[in-house]
Structures are given as C-alpha cells and as structure tokens.
Ligand binder design. Sequence first.
Ligand SMILES: *Cc1c(COP(=O)(O)O)cnc(C)c1O
Length: 364
Amino acid sequence: MKLKQQLTSLKPYQPGKPIEEVKREYGLENIVKLASNENPYGCSPNVKTTLFEKLEKSATYPDGYAQQLRTVIANHLDVTEKQLMFGNGSDELIQIICRGLLAPGKNTVMATPTFTQYKHNAIIENAEIREVPLTEDGDHNLQQMLEQIDEKTAVVWLCNPNNPTGNYINEQQLIPFLEKVPSTTLVVADEAYYEYVTEDDYPNSVALLSRFSNLFITRTFSKAYGLASFRLGYGISSEEVIRALEPVREPFNVNSFAQAAGAASIEDSAFVQSCARKNKEALSTFYSFCEETGLKYYKSQGNFILIDFQRDGDEVFQYLLERGYIVRSGKALGFPTCVRITVGTPEQNEELFSLITQFLQENV
Ligand SMILES: *Cc1c(COP(=O)(O)O)cnc(C)c1O
C-alpha cells in the first residue's frame, strides 16, 4: 500500500480500557471514570424529550447545514449564522482546519504539552510542527510562540484553558498576541472548557472576532453540556474564514440526534451554570487536599486537575484503576510524573482522596 510516509510514525488514538473489562479484570462492582473530562452530572433533562421525536426520522439524512441548531447558537452567542461551523466533536473541526490549511512547506505553531490532536492532524498533512514548551508554571509561552511565526505559518493553536494543565490565557495576554500575529495566519482558540472558566479576565473571544478576522474559536458539547457520546462541537470565526473552510467539511458530518441534543441543551443555561458552580467548589477541595498532602498541582480553569506525584504516573494510575477509579496517567500527556483527574461529584472525589492518601502511605 502506498501509505503517506508520515502515517508510519503515528499511532491510533488509545482509548481507555472499557469499563466492563476493568470490572471483570479486577473483580470490581463499581467503576468511576474520571479520565476524559466528561460531566459527572450528565446532561440537561431537555435532551431526552427531544431525542424521541428524532427517532421517528431515523431513515432520513440529517440537515447538512444544521439550520435549527445554527439559529439557536447564533442567537445564543450574538453572531451571524454564517460565522458558525459544526463538527462531529470539536476534534473534527481541528481536522478540518488542518486539512484546509496545512500542507508540506507550511508550518503550524503550538504549545507543548497541549491537546494532542493539533499535532496529530498536522503530521497527517505533513506540515512542519513548531512546538513551544509551556513555561515552568504551565502557561503558553506567547512571546516564544510569536517568534516561531513566519510567512509560512498557517495555523497557531491556543488551548485555552490548556489541556492537560488547566492554565488559561487572559485577555491582557491574548489581545497583544493577536495584534502581532499576521492577519494571514489563523489563530485557533480551543475553548473546550469555556463553560467551566471562572476567572474574570478570561478573554471574551467572541467579542474579538470583529477585530481579528483570522481568529477561530472552537467549543464543544462534550464537556460541560454532558453530551460527549453525541459528538458535537462548533467553530466560530469570521464569515470569510468559515466560507473558505466549509468545502472541507463532509456534507452530513453532524447527525440529527446530536443537532437536536445540542439545541435542546444550550437553552438550559441553568444546568450548565450549576455544573460549573459544583465544579469550582469541587476543585477547591482538590486544592486543599493537595496542599494538605504536599502534592504539587496546577490551578485549573477546566473540570480536571493535573497533580504531580513525583513518581511514575502509571503507578498511580494502576493503583487507582485496581480500586475502581480510572484516571489519566500523565505519561502520554507529556507530564510523566503526573496524573490528570477529571473532577467528579463530591462523593467520588472524597473516595478518591482516601485512595490517594492510602497510596501515599503505602508508597513512602
Ligand atoms: C475534550 C477536548 C476536545 C475535544 O472535544 P470533542 O468536541 O469531544 O471532540 C478539544 N479540545 C480540548 C482541549 C479538549 O480537552
């Protein structure tokens, strides 16, 4: 097979072990999955009622333009309908951006460690990848990222808040950065955790679109909206950028159920706000726990926390797995001595704290 050369260096995405398999393997009855930053409170109850109606129309293709969802989101964000693009998860928007903009001879600038899909898709397009290490504190090094940009830079990625550190870029940092990036370079602000952010100086990126037509914001229904199984994300940019990228998108990339679920849940802002409030409260219990036990951690604006155990992250992962908690080892995330934990319900978090305490006692 005449495979693209660069594909030989890539591995497929490694999904975690299925919950049923973990149960069988370790003889456990209950498993708590705190590995993929899903919402422990599920989704808005509005979603269920709307899905039953859609089931009757299962034989027809979805609306390829997602008109109903588009209208709802355009109103919600106060942007035009032509400023939006929908994806089968925001992962697909990342793929569409790479497919549309990257090619041999072009380059793309990103932080490291950051969300792995930017690099993965850039490799497939055979573009040059310029990775700029995060600062000691886990922030994007915007100055060095600017220095990496040249006339061949097609895309710059800002993961805000950054996965896996949870650090964020504030408005005073973002605006001067955008002012310095050439208008012909696309700046992607991946705001997958937007709804969880609580800091006041987090940028109002949608308001910046009128000034920066090369800004592309991605958001998702997978995290705070609790709809990860539906695969629904959206991009917000200038009408020119959306128009230019639209041919890359597959005609029916977002299924009818996802469209209906998204439209039904965006209106239920009370649900998302209550999840964000509980997340903030729970994060502070993580901070206190880490401080009491002397574990270093990164302050997070997402629904996850990166904790440094100063030992192989896989060991902590395995210990918790055998006791019914699936977390994410930092090894594959660029933080080999850390573990990334999704914030759960207060009960789940408390049980996890006891297990970690036990682990630390057994492994001094
Ligand atoms: C989870 C996540 C995504 C992917 O979300 P989907 O919409 O489910 O594809 C994108 N970016 C970041 C930073 C994430 O953490």
